[in-house]
Design a protein around this ligand. Structure first.
Ligand SMILES: [Zn+2]
Length: 135
């Protein structure tokens, strides 16, 4: 059986063992014309943050309020956001908002997390510190 001191040590180690990690994203690549923006590297970015393309698609659609579509069936060629007067900043802002809401842990600030969905409730779970956020 463990002594009280050992239990305290163990609990303390659990708290302090969360190491800070920095999320390194590929820079956004996009081509802008007068009528649309073509975000070419959406999929590599989603792979970096381990998030589902359908979930991200719905988020971008609701945030932009614009018509959006994947350029190819396998989505590898990126996303088209229709509409005039766009900038790379627009999608960068949306991506940061998405990461803050669905990737970054509000407790330890790391980005090593999973997002699952049960019924209509989304659950963000931090792999590093165990924080669970229901949305
Ligand atoms: Zn955490």
């Amino acid at each position: 059986m463990q002594s009280f001191e050992e239990l305290v040590d163990e609990a303390y180690n659990k708290i302090t063992k969360v190491k800070k990690t920095v999320l390194v994203l590929p820079p956004i690549e996009s081509e802008i014309t007068t009528t649309k923006q073509h975000w070419t590297n959406v999929i590599p970015i989603l792979e970096t943050i381990s998030r589902d393309h359908n979930h991200f698609y719905s988020f971008v659609k609701s945030e932009t309020g614009k018509e959006i579509s994947w350029l190819s069936a396998d989505r590898s060629e990126g996303l088209i956001i229709h509409g005039k007067r766009q900038s790379k900043k627009d999608i960068s802002h949306i991506l940061m908002k998405y990461i803050k809401k669905y990737v970054t842990c509000s407790s330890c600030k790391n980005s090593n997390s999973t997002l699952t969905r049960e019924n209509s409730i989304e659950k963000l779970e931090c792999i590093d510190c165990g924080m669970i956020k229901l949305m």
